[in-house]
Design a protein around this ligand. Sequence first.
Ligand code: GLN
Length: 446
Amino acid sequence: LTKETFANIDQTDADLQAFVRLHEEEALAQARAIDAKGDFSNPLAGIPMALKDNIATNGLETTGASHILEGFKPVYDATVTTKLNEAGAVVVGKANMDEFAMGGSTETSYYKQTKNAWDYTKVPGGSSGGSAAAVAAGQVPYALGSDTGGSIRQPAAFNGLVGLKPTYGRVSRFGLFAMASSLDQIGPLTRTVKDNALVLNAIAGFDKRDSTSVELEVPDFTEKLGQSIKGMKIAVPEEYFQEGIDADVATQVKAAIAQLEALGAEIGQVSLPHTQYGVAAYYILMSSEASSNVQRYDGIRYGYRAPDAKSLEEVYKKTRTEGFGDEVKRRIMLGTYSLSAGAYDAFFKKAAQIRTLIIEDFNKVFEDYDLIVGPTTPTQAYGIGAEIDDPKTMYLGDVLTIPVNLAGLPGLSINAGFNGGMPIGLQMIGKPFDEATIYQAAYAFE
Ligand code: GLN
């Protein structure tokens, strides 16, 4: 199976460009070891998969698709990597992504441009675009991504996949290159709901090396699959269908909601009044945290160092000037500015207050409902090059995914249907740590 997977990637990836790196030798060795052991009791045993390039693998180059980490080989495994190894998963390589997960189209990668699996002229979404394209094109049955403001769900929507951002704290972030530590979560991208639940089973759980991971019992996430959703209370926020949401997206998602109703769910209209402030608050909070997190890339400790620097000061300056792309630099500037003494009250503090209001919006709805549904993204996948020079438009594309990260909630995207041959995502948002109910509804809908 692993050999066949590499043969297939060899044929398809010259066009698709989903992988930044393959670990063929190591994967085949791993596959042979699993064969020799002969224990296939774990459903992931012997199954090839891809990791996003910001998830650490011991001894194997991991770069976050950044020039500044070129050649960097972590000296430890991320906790999810360890867990996958224990389950017998076969990591075939690293999937392309936006540089340090900053972006929504995989166009900020230093290395290559991944295509949308359905149309090679379109973006795969991002930042987990390589993970999504690899799964949607059938190169691997599943991949891990990370989601700080939609980076699992948006590429899932653009490629017709199931993508889950677990509740903040559900999956260990140890070994995930930190972007915005209060928002980041790792999660699975798959073609089916059941696959998704099986992968979450393998990677979820408390980890003493991530102080924000939560010490809660991990249920079997497949346990509610197949249960009826009759009587399930599902909320539809009016703000998720307002101005800026494409008519074709709205039509398809409304049809999906009608299908949930036909399956017995009770649908109600609600309001999440602070939705419109999410993007602004997120881009301040995320940039603040990200600007701090990327301070460690100084040319001394990891990866790339500018070859012709003559003093320590110059090592820092030249390495960072040459090693970071434009989008990363934009966020460093935005973040350090928001955190500066003169701007803190007007920007960071305000954004933090908005975050609280957004959390309260969700809490109120969840007093009466089991689930919230709406579109995952305002538009379908757009053309490569269409938005990359217009960061504000790109940022607004995150309006429906960002609030979920700000509130730490679990959110899933599943294909709602097609328009013009391209997929449209239906987003399902659950109560904290209630991924099982999301899976139950998604499985009934699928
Ligand atoms: N598009 C968002 C951003 O650029 C989301 C990124 C993410 O979730 N990693 O920040």
